[in-house]
Design a protein around this ligand. Structure first.
Ligand code: ADP
Length: 341
């Protein structure tokens, strides 16, 4: 199935201006974006870039100033009343600070949207049990939010967001208040729900690592403009826009100045090799070095995963031998070669 035909969510020349006194804040310039059915789509940007504005337009918590927003082929900017309420039931949302009702138990928090939707007591009880089981909180149903850890609170938020069986889950900086280990477990839960339920997930974040772990595609926002978008592998491994590059360097804990200083210490041609998938594990470096007579020193490198796909990125200084034939041999083995000077 072509997940983009029709797309689950399509922004068509959507833009948003806010009026603040006499001034106009251009929160989002006109942008086009298509999010596929069953996709995990990330939107990354610094604070003030327009991420929340974009996310909150999907469930019309914010109304666009112009353009069309199609969900499953329907222009939702024209909806109100019952049609809008029905749309919102198809879209769950989770938040950075969880937004739980402090005076209600875990089970009551999850039951809340079901009560609003007019479900029977028996239906609600069954569904709440099922959801708490799914998010790993069955033993905590009677506790209050204050008795839970941050990760557990977010699991309650996820169970509540899924209560009415939505097609789309919006995640507003959902892991930004969590420590790294808890972040990993919440992201893993989101990935499982995406696979098991075919849920379309749109998440906004300022951390490239979140995008790298769970997203299929990503859009980069900078000062209200969409500056880059594509598959996470393409954008993460070969960022084009300076803002994207900074996010990637941040995620890799690389200091650009230190990197330049390191390069100044070596002679030879500096290249960055990018391996994806099985090529990551091939014993290629030694083989190419022996065949071409080229020596190398390693200036930097990382082996990791983008979602489920392994990748490696190595920065090498090459000296001696037949460098051109070495570069050809890398390219022939499906390794992307970039000359860094
Ligand atoms: P992000 O989520 O990336 O931090 P936002 O979407 O919250 O960015 O904000 C984008 C821009 O719009 C910012 O300049 C912000 O100050 C402005 N903005 C957001 N909401 C409002 C509002 N209700 N009224 C006026 N300006 C707003």
């Amino acid at each position: 199935m072509d997940v983009y035909n029709p797309p689950m969510i399509a922004f068509e020349a959507i833009h948003k201006h806010y009026r603040v006194g006499a001034a106009e804040v251009r929160a989002l310039q006109p942008l086009d974006l298509r999010i596929g059915r069953g996709e995990v789509f990330g939107v990354i940007g610094h604070s003030g870039a327009g991420k929340s504005t974009l996310l909150r337009m999907i469930n019309l918590l914010e109304r666009p100033s112009g353009g069309r927003l199609l969900i499953d082929g329907v222009d939702v900017t024209r909806l109100d009343g019952d049609a809008l309420r029905a749309l919102r039931r198809r879209i769950g949302m989770i938040f950075q600070h969880f937004n739980l009702l402090a005076a209600k138990t875990v089970a009551q928090n999850v039951a809340f949207p079901l009560r609003l939707a007019g479900r029977t007591r028996a239906e609600i009880a069954r569904r709440v049990d099922e959801l708490l089981e799914r998010v790993g909180l069955a033993a905590h149903a009677a506790k209050y939010p204050a008795q839970l850890s941050g990760g557990q609170k977010q699991r309650v938020g996820i169970a509540r967001a899924l209560a009415c069986g939505p097609d789309i889950l919006l995640c507003d900086e959902a892991t930004s208040a969590l420590d790294p280990e808890t972040t990993a477990s919440v992201l893993q839960l989101l990935a499982e729900l995406n696979r098991e339920l075919g849920l379309t997930i749109v998440l906004i974040t300022h951390e490239m690592d979140v995008v790298r772990r769970v997203c299929d595609r990503v859009a980069v926002l900078d000062a209200g403009q969409l500056v880059e978008s594509g598959t996470v592998a393409d954008v993460f491994l070969h960022p084009r826009h300076p803002t994207t590059r900074r996010f990637v360097l941040e995620a890799e804990h690389v200091d650009e100045r230190e990197q330049r200083a390191d390069r100044a210490q070596v002679s030879g041609r500096v290249v960055r090799l990018t391996f994806r998938g099985q090529a990551t594990y091939a014993p290629l470096l030694g083989r190419v070095a022996r065949a071409s007579g080229v020596d190398y020193s390693i200036l930097g490198g990382r082996i990791d995963r983008i979602k489920d796909t392994p990748y490696g990125q190595l920065t090498l200084a090459l000296v001696g031998g037949d460098i051109e034939s070495a570069l050809h041999a890398f390219a022939a083995a499906d390794v992307h070669v970039e000359e860094l000077g």
